[in-house]
Design a protein around this ligand. Structure first.
Ligand SMILES: [Zn+2]
Ligand SMILES: [Zn+2]
Length: 133
């Protein structure tokens, strides 16, 4: 989201800063990382405020929360359905925008007897930076 777009949402300054940090980040940040970046923009902001802002922004549909295994939640500026690739060496998390073959959805539904709504895909592997080492 562009800064101007964020400013037009009518959010409190704190929520605006939190959304700005997430929109500017190329990575999927944890709450602690968002807090550290938000403090640079708004030195008085507390962790509790950042945390509450994250809840609010998520409920309002401005950001998404992603969690893998036992790791800390990370926050995503992309709220539409997408997949992720995770590096098993450095933990880097990358977005993948890819259509799922309908057949895969149907097969997964058949195995589980579920009525399918969505399918998420996580690719685990070694990222280009770690492959070089
Ligand atoms: Zn890596
Ligand atoms: Zn993502």
């Amino acid at each position: 989201m562009e800064l101007e777009e964020i400013q037009n949402l009518g959010l409190t300054k704190q929520r605006e800063v939190v959304l700005q940090v997430i929109s500017d980040a190329a990575e999927h940040l944890t709450a602690n990382e968002i807090f550290a970046n938000a403090k640079q923009l708004l030195p008085g902001i507390s962790f509790a405020t950042v945390y509450n802002s994250l809840r609010f922004l998520k409920d309002a549909g401005h950001i998404a929360e992603v969690q893998f295994g036992n790791g800390a939640s990370r926050f995503d500026r992309m709220t539409h359905r997408h997949d992720h690739a995770i590096c098993t060496k450095c933990g880097k998390l990358v977005d993948i925008e890819m259509e799922h073959p309908q057949e895969l959805v149907e097969r997964a539904a058949a195995y589980s007897n579920f009525k399918p709504e969505s399918l998420e895909f996580t690719l685990r592997g070694v990222c280009p930076d770690c492959v070089k080492d």
